[in-house]
Design a binder for this molecule. Sequence first.
Ligand code: BG6
Length: 497
Amino acid sequence: REVGCLSIIVLGASGDLAKKKTFPALFHLFAQGFLQENDVHIFGYARTKLTDDDLRARIRGYLQKGVSAEQEDVLSRFLLLIKYVSGSYDSADGFQLLNKAISEHEISKKSHPGNSRRLFYLALPPSVYPSVCRMIRQNCMNPSDLGGWTRIVVEKPFGKDLNSAEDLSAQLGELFTEEQLYRIDHYLGKELVQNLLVLRFANRLFLPLWNRDNIANIQIVFREDFGTEGRGGYFDEYGIIRDIIQNHLLQVFCLVAMEKPISLKPEHVRDEKVKVLQSVLPIKHEEVILGQYEGYKDDPTVSDSSNAPTFATVVLRIHNERWEGVPFILKAGKALNSRKAEIRVQFKDVPGDIFKCQKQGRNEFVIRLQPSEAMYMKLTLKKPGLEMSTIQSELDLSYGLRYQEVKIPEAYERLILDTNYILTTALFNPMFDSIRGDQQHFVRRDELKVAWEIFTPLLHSIDDGELKPIPYKPGSRGPEEADELLAKAGYVQTHGY
Ligand code: BG6
C-alpha cells in the first residue's frame, strides 16, 4: 500500500516550547534526511497574526545560531517547508482554514486523503487541550481509510492531580483513541534512558544483582543550576513534584524497577511499567523533604505566599518480591550548584570483609543521563604500587570518548520520529518497528493514572500548606535535611580516590 504525504502541524507555533524544542527537533530531523522535502509539509498555527515569511524569519532567528555555513542552505530549504495559519484555539474558523491548507498540500503532493498522515503537535498549555482536540476532531481529520492516520502529540503536565488528569484523559479519550494519542515525556527520549532496558536485560552481569539481596538503595536525581527564569507563573501552579518528579523521574524509576517485559512491543513494556507503579506504597510524610530557593518569590508572577517546592526529595518504596525494603530516592531541584541527571545504584556491603575497606565505600553503579552521558562503576581495588591497601576506583564508560563519531540525538528528535515516521519505515522494515516500537516511549493512560495516584495525596498536603518547603540558598546543594533523609534511607557516602 502506498503511503501518503506527511503534514506536521505545530499548534502554539509562536510559543516557547515550539522555539526551544519542537522546531529545532524538526530541523535536525530534516537535516539528517528523516523528513523529505517531497513528502513533508510543516504548518505553524497560533493566535498571533503572522505571514508565512514572518514565522520563517522568527524560526531562522533562533535556529541560525547553531547552524554552520554549510548548513545555511539546509536551513533555507527547511524553512520553505513551513506555512503559517493563524486562528484561535476554540473556534472552528481557524481550524477550517488549517484543514484547507493541509488538504491543499496533500493534493499538491498527489496524496490521497485516505492515506495521508497528519501529526498534530500541541505545543500549548494543557488548559486548551480539550478545545483544541475538539476542533481538530471536528475540522481537521483525514478519512484514514487507506492506511493514513491522524495523531495527536500532547505535552505534560497532563493534569494537576488524579481527578484533573482523569478528567483530561476522559475528554481526550472521547475524541481520540489511545493509539492516536501520544503523551510525550521527553525523558523517555534520552539516550541513556532508552538504554536502560538493554542494560538491564541484555547483560548477564546485572540480572542476578538487580534486587533487594544486593542493592541497598537507588537514587534518581535531577538537578538544575538555574531557577524558574521567566516560567515562574507556570511553575508556581505546579511545583517541582508535578514538573519533574511525577513524570520524568517516575518514568526513569519504572525502567529501573520494572520486571522484564515479554517482548519489546510497546504494550508489553507499558504493562510492566504499570505493574511496578501499582506496587508503590503510599508515600510517608517523614520520607519527604521539600525546599524553596531564596529569591524564588521575587519573581512578580509568583505569589508572595507561595508554598510551591522548587526542591524535593521523596522516598518511594515498592511492595514486591524484588524490591521490598529498598528505598528509591527521587530527588529534584532548581537553582542548585550543578546541572545533572543521574541514576545511582548503591550495592550492599560485602559480607565477611577481610580487607577492612568498608569505610571507603560501597560499590555503586552510576548512570549519568546528562550532561556528558556516561556510566561508571565504583569498585574497591588494590592500590597500585607496592603497598597492599585498597582504594575506591572507577570503571568508566564515557559516551563522549567511546562513541566520538555518533551524534547523540536530542530527546525530542527521537520521539517525533517515533510518532510520525514509524509507519513508513515499518512498512519497509518490520524489524525496525519491533525494535523501536511506536508508542513504547510514550505514556499510556493507565500509566498516567497510577503515576497520579502515587503523588496526589502528597501534593494535596503541600497545596493545603500541611507540608512546607525549607528555604535554601540558590547555588547550594539544597536543604541539608535532604542529605539527612538520604542517610536515614541507608545511603552511605563513598569516598573517591
Ligand atoms: C521540563 C520542565 O519538562 O524539563 C523544566 O518543565 C525542566 O522545568 C526541563 O527544566 C528539563 O529538561 P532537560 O531535558 O533539560 O533535563
